[in-house]
Structures are given as structure tokens and as C-alpha cells.
Design a binder for this molecule. Structure first.
Ligand SMILES: [Mg+2]
Length: 205
């Protein structure tokens, strides 16, 4: 666990900085679709189709074409994107923690399994997105966490390895893959606990 006292901080996005709930989008999509909200949820939420989209195997246009075909969605891509992207709500104490780390001059990286529509929405709505030194997004690299390939991208972009990276994520399998590379890790459960863990890592936040 050797590392410098001032590591780069690697943040997961979903359930760490932003909460999300697909049921909000699904309820809005149902009004313009042939299939039920439950079927829409099965099509979009943690589905094989979403996996392919977030791995960059299908483009936004291809993803939307499948939704049109399988759900009978009657709106256009612009309408769909606005609804599909609008599933997030801010976790303010974590956005503040990120700002505090940036104020200390520490480099931070966003490391997320996500898709182009979500990022377009988030970039336009949340100013914290622009404060990261870099963004490692699954769909841009053809791999999802916990695939080691995506962790290698983080190391390459940051120019750091092992204990010089301090990684925060709410999913144990993602944290385990970081731990396997000797990254310092924090399994995020609650904002206060994560801030405490960062303090114990020697950072004055
Ligand atoms: Mg997460």
C-alpha cells in the first residue's frame, strides 16, 4: 500500500456523486410507447441492450432504433434523450467533497460505466462534471468496470498506478478490481463515512 501522501482521487459517478432512478424515465416513456413501464424497465435498466450501449458496442442512434422497434416509442431521438438522460439527482455532500479535494489542488478523475446520452445530460446540468482532470467513460473505451482494461485507461490517463490512486466506488466488485491493482480503495456507503476514510488517508478535507 505504498503511495504518495497526495494521490489522485478516482470517483465513480452513479450512487456516489449522482443518484439515479430509471423508473422516472420509464414512467415518462410509457406515455409514448406500446409496451408497459415494467417492460420498458426490462428493456432499459441493467439490460443486455444497455450493457451493449455502455460498452460502446452500439451507438446512440442504434440504441434508439432498438427502443423504437421494441417499445414502439413514438417520439424522436431528441425527446427520448431528454427523458432517458433525466434520471439523476445530485448527492450534494459528495459533490462538495469533490470540490474540497479540487480546492486542495488534487487531481480527480471520473470513472464511470455510462453512456453518451447520460453524459450529454450530466455535462449540461452539473458544473462539477467540468472540474475533473479527466473522464474515463466505459462507452468510449469498449469496456465496463470491473474489466481490468478500463482500469488500465485510468492509470494511463493519470500517469499513476497502485497506491498513488485513491478510488471511491459503491460497488464491491469494482472496488475489488481496483484493490487487485494495489489502488487504495474506499467502498462508498455514505458521504460521512467516505469523507472520514479520505481524512484517514491523510487528506485534509
Ligand atoms: Mg456506482
Amino acid at each position: 500500500m505504498a503511495g504518495r501522501s497526495t494521490p489522485a482521487i478516482v470517483f465513480d459517478l452513479g450512487k456516489v456523486l449522482l443518484d439515479f432512478d430509471y423508473s422516472v424515465a420509464v414512467a415518462k416513456l410509457e406515455a409514448q410507447s406500446r409496451i408497459s413501464a415494467l417492460e420498458l424497465k426490462g428493456l432499459l435498466d441493467q439490460s443486455p441492450l444497455l450493457y451493449r450501449y455502455e460498452t460502446g458496442l452500439v451507438s446512440t442512434e442504434e440504441f434508439f432504433a432498438v427502443v423504437q422497434r421494441q417499445a414502439g416509442f413514438r417520439g424522436d431521438l431528441k425527446e427520448f434523450g431528454a427523458i432517458f438522460g433525466d434520471i439523476f439527482s445530485p448527492i450534494e455532500p459528495m459533490i462538495k467533497l469533490h470540490a474540497d479535494l479540487r480546492a486542495l489542488g488534487l487531481p480527480t478523475y471520473l470513472f464511470s460505466n455510462t453512456n453518451a446520452l447520460a453524459i450529454e445530460h450530466i455535462r449540461g446540468r452539473y458544473s462539477f462534471y467540468g472540474l475533473f482532470q479527466g473522464h474515463i467513460l466505459s462507452f468510449e473505451h469498449g469496456a465496463m468496470k470491473p474489466d481490468p482494461k478500463l482500469y488500465e485507461v485510468v492509470e494511463r490517463l493519470a500517469g499513476l498506478r497502485g497506491g498513488d490512486l485513491l478510488y471511491i466506488d459503491d460497488r464491491p466488485e469494482n472496488i475489488a478490481a481496483g484493490h487487485d491493482r494495489d489502488w487504495r480503495t474506499i467502498l462508498h456507503v455514505a458521504p460521512d463515512a467516505t469523507r472520514g476514510a479520505i481524512r484517514r488517508a491523510g487528506l485534509r478535507v
